[in-house]
Design a protein around this ligand. Structure first.
Ligand SMILES: Nc1ncnc2c1ncn2[C@@H]1O[C@H](COP(=O)(O)OP(=O)(O)OP(=O)(O)O)[C@@H](O)[C@H]1O
Ligand SMILES: [Mg+2]
Length: 467
């Protein structure tokens, strides 16, 4: 069904078939959904029709007789603001990427998933403001603008996220590491009534237990050794907004009890005070751990679990949405290419294929790294498969043994220190919290020579800056 908030009656869609087989079925479905649909046999015919009768959206079929990109270019030249949805056979990954980066609104593979197509049509019309003609309609989608996906499961997840955002319910976001949990949390905040309030995130697994309590709830000056001034705490920082408790599965049990009390009372007691200060905060949390197991093992409190998990959203792993890989790769590449000033960078078709078929243990961050490394090492605007393969092989940390991973970390860490200190061993040792003798031993073990990092025009670190 088209979006009920926007009358589809006004929307005129032009379908360019290029000899596509299911077109009659597609047309009647769209008609039934309330759209006005015209057809053109090719791009030239479409352009002629457009001069006579404007439309709000083009749907083009890439077929053996019609190249999707050529179609896009022909239309773009005359109607740059007209959104285009391209339908094409699966497999032409390069075209998908090229099309998306060239500004096609959506790229769907045939046989067409009609429900998805209708959602895309509604979105495209909202984006272009075709139905309401107001810029407010564009912001409808702004909350999720940085979440790239064309996967049906992601779509329904985002739909649920949008619905739940409007409520005050606590949401627990699950998903493997690097699947976009934080990105989704931020999007939910943006789609909520609290969007104008603060979004405060804390990684509960990255902060030592002793500090976590005062980090969350604040403390009074003098509450403990080292508490030299009052601290508000993140709960109060997030007042009127959203607090995102990342890696909630790593929260120590003792603190789980305190957190539960804060959530029940809607008030925090800063460490060192007995006063409860009211807070108005919406809680989103995330974990990559199996919390059900943690519950069974007793390392996560059931009462807290039910408080946090009023609604649960699970992000699919990357290999459950492989069709997103070309889109994501193009999205990440555009960002790094901009950063590196290489705006014309694209993946060679076989390089994209390597990305799309690689084994991804859940992870978009890894994809991002592979894209960045490939772009950084590319010597021409077209990134070859060889570079992608090389980057892929460097990003399989899960396949390393613990000893190998540790060794690799140690080496990279030491190199980082030596670069930072321009080979000054005393400074590097100080930063590492080791004495010079120990540090030399570490260098030796990693066959590193500090001299190689020295260069005459870079002085060592000024002693005071790191003291
Ligand atoms: N759908 C998406 N579209 C575009 N970028 C994405 C998408 N999902 C994730 N990313 C990017 O991938 C990276 C990882 O995402 P994020 O930090 O949200 O994942 P996470 O699940 O919180 O990871 P971790 O478990 O490691 O904390 C980020 O740079 C994010 O911007
Ligand atoms: Mg995260």
């Amino acid at each position: 069904m088209p979006d009920p908030n926007h009358s589809p009656q006004a929307a005129h869609l032009l379908l360019i078939d290029g000899g596509h087989a299911d077109l009659a079925a597609l047309c009647s479905r769209l008609n039934a959904a309330g759209y006005r649909v015209s057809q053109a046999t090719d791009a030239a015919a479409a352009l002629t029709q457009l001069t006579a009768q404007p439309c709000q959206l083009l749907i083009g079929c890439a077929t053996p007789t019609q190249d999707g990109m050529a179609l896009l270019e022909a239309v773009r030249e005359k109607h740059p603001a007209l959104p285009l949805i391209l339908l094409a056979k699966p497999g032409s990954i390069a075209e998908a990427t090229e099309a998306i980066s060239a500004g096609v609104f959506a790229y769907l593979t045939t046989p067409v998933d009609h429900a998805l197509l209708e959602r895309r049509i509604a979105e495209a019309l909202r984006w272009s403001g075709a139905l309401c003609g107001t810029s407010a309609t564009r912001t409808d989608m702004a909350w999720r603008a940085d979440i790239v996906s064309s996967n049906a499961r992601m779509e329904s997840l985002l739909e649920e996220a949008r619905l739940v955002a409007a409520s005050e319910a606590s949401v627990l976001i699950r998903g493997d590491s690097g699947t976009g949990k934080e990105l989704l949390a931020r999007a939910i905040h943006r789609a909520s009534r609290r969007a104008k309030g603060p979004f405060v995130a804390i990684n509960c697994g990255a902060i030592p237990e002793a500090l976590l309590e005062s980090e969350l709830f604040g403390h009074r000056r003098g509450a403990f050794t080292g508490a030299t001034s009052d601290q508000r705490g993140l709960f109060r920082d997030a007042h009127g907004g959203t607090l995102f408790l990342d890696e909630i599965g790593d929260m120590p049990l003792a603190l789980q009890v305190k957190l539960l009390r804060v959530l029940q009372e809607r008030a925090v007691r800063p460490v060192g005070t007995s006063n409860a200060e009211p807070v108005d905060v919406r809680i989103l949390s995330a974990t990559h751990k199996d919390l059900d197991r943690a519950l069974a093992e007793g390392s996560f409190r059931e009462d807290l679990y039910y408080r946090l998990n009023v609604v649960s959203l699970r992000l699919p792993a990357l290999d459950e949405r492989r069709e997103d890989i070309p889109l994501l790769a193009a999205h990440f590449l555009a960002a790094v290419a901009r950063r590196y000033g290489r705006t014309r960078c694209t993946f060679a078709p076989d390089a994209l294929e390597a990305l799309a078929t690689a084994a991804w243990p859940g992870n978009l961050r890894q994809l991002q790294n592979v894209v960045e490394q490939s772009c950084a090492l590319a010597t021409s605007p077209l990134i070859p498969r060889r570079l992608v393969e090389r980057a892929l092989h460097g990003h399989t940390p899960a396949a390393l043994s613990y000893a190998e991973a540790k060794q690799r970390f140690e080496y990279d860490y030491l190199v980082g220190l030596l670069k930072l200190t321009a080979g000054n061993v005393s400074d590097a040792a100080r930063l590492a919290g080791r004495n010079r003798t120990e540090f030399y031993r570490l260098l030796q073990r990693n066959r590193l020579n500090a001299e190689l990092f020295r260069h005459p025009d870079t002085p060592g670190l000024p002693g005071t800056a790191w003291g």
